[in-house]
Design a protein around this ligand. Structure first.
Ligand code: SF4
Ligand code: SF4
Length: 355
């Protein structure tokens, strides 16, 4: 990489803000468009040893200050979740958990599950719901989980799947009697948030419709921040460059098994700093990259996606796009790398202000 000698140390010493650990691909639900194809029979899960190793290695990267625990369904193995947060907490890391809320039969049960996790550094609970999720988990469970978190004084964020066909929408969260009951109390309602998240299909026989003229997740302004800002480990103990919807469909974003030494998390993370495609995604995002590829080769098919991660999967998995990038990237490498270093510099500066 052609980087000014004054900037080499800055890039070398740059590390992510957070880590995402996907504890398991097992889930009690089997949502049709789950981006990781999770379900009751999916066998992949991290062991205690894997988790300890990942936390040990994560805590060596001083810039990482919290972990996002997700899956699959992280609460399916509650004892492992407790162990994981306890160990992370001991290493100085706070936690956020993503769940479908199946375990929140009522507020007493939900609080009994959440309280020990809060004592071990849990600061935020994310709960997913929507039409597809509700085929398996009643919305009441998702909301009971989120509201119990608020009543215990931590942030709760409810995400609602959204397509043009969705019947359950974000407004329905705020209209639900469990939420309206919360409004009548003195609990801090600002801890509760709900938003829609685009529910995309990576299957050819997709049945959802979208408004392609105003896609809900268009290009990411200033590039994809999921890269370099986060390091992730999946249930196969494999490090991932990002936590994007398409990451299990893009082999280039799968960095290798996390072991020690050569394949330590730090080394796997650092190797990406040499990767031109990731640098380019980080500064420009996949839609801009696809547009450039089409300028180089106008015969590349025009395709419309609703989420930028779908475009990302397309550029990595379409041989014609890959070929034209390989043939022409030297034209833009200098500009991309200059902006890559500038973005790393800016991010370091902002981290310095926040710390
Ligand atoms: S609840 Fe989440 S992890 Fe489980 S199948 Fe549905 S989308 Fe996948
Ligand atoms: S755009 Fe690509 S790199 Fe960024 S989050 Fe999505 S899949 Fe990952």
């Amino acid at each position: 990489m052609k980087i000014a000698s004054s900037d080499i140390a800055l890039v070398r010493d740059y590390y992510p803000n957070s880590a995402g650990i996907l504890l398991t691909f097992k889930c009690n639900a089997m949502c049709e468009e789950c981006c990781f194809e999770c379900g009751p029979k999916n066998p992949f899960a991290l062991t205690k040893e894997n988790i300890k190793n990942v936390i040990d290695q994560t805590s060596e990267m001083e810039s990482v200050n919290f972990i996002v625990w997700t899956g699959g369904e992280a609460f399916l193995n509650y004892n492992l979740l407790l162990f994981s947060l306890e160990y992370a907490h001991k290493m100085g890391l706070r936690s956020r958990i993503v769940s479908n809320g199946f375990w929140a039969r009522n507020k007493d049960v939900a609080k009994a599950k959440l309280k020990p996790l809060i004592d071990r550094g849990l600061i935020e609970l994310n709960v997913s719901t929507g039409d597809n999720h509700q085929e398996y988990i009643p919305v009441e469970r998702a909301l009971t989980a989120a509201i119990s978190a608020v009543e215990l004084g931590i942030l709760a964020f409810v995400t609602v799947e959204s397509t043009s066909n969705s019947t359950f929408k974000v407004d329905d969260v705020y209209k639900h009697e469990l939420y309206t009951e919360l409004e009548k109390t003195d609990y801090d309602r600002s801890l509760f948030r709900a938003a829609s998240t685009v529910w995309v299909s990576f299957h050819k026989d997709k049945k959802y419709s979208y408004d392609y003229d105003t896609p809900p997740m268009p290009e990411i302004e200033n590039g994809c921040d999921s890269l370099y800002q986060m390091i992730n480990v999946d249930p196969k103990n494999q490090a991932l460059s990002c936590c994007g919807l398409a990451v299990e469909h893009i082999s280039e974003l799968q960095l290798g098994k996390v072991t020690t030494e050569q394949n330590s998390l730090r080394n796997l993370y650092n190797q990406q700093k040499e990767d031109f495609m990731k640098q380019w995604l980080y500064v420009d995002g996949p839609i801009t990259i696809l547009q450039k590829a089409k300028q180089w080769d106008p015969t590349i098919e025009s395709v419309k996606f609703v989420h930028f991660c779908q475009t990302c999967a397309y550029i990595f998995n379409n041989p014609k796009v890959q070929k034209v990038i390989k043939e022409n990237y030297t034209e833009i490498i200098e500009d991309v790398q200059k902006r890559f270093v500038s973005k790393i510099k800016l991010s370091s500066y902002l981290k310095g202000i926040r710390d």
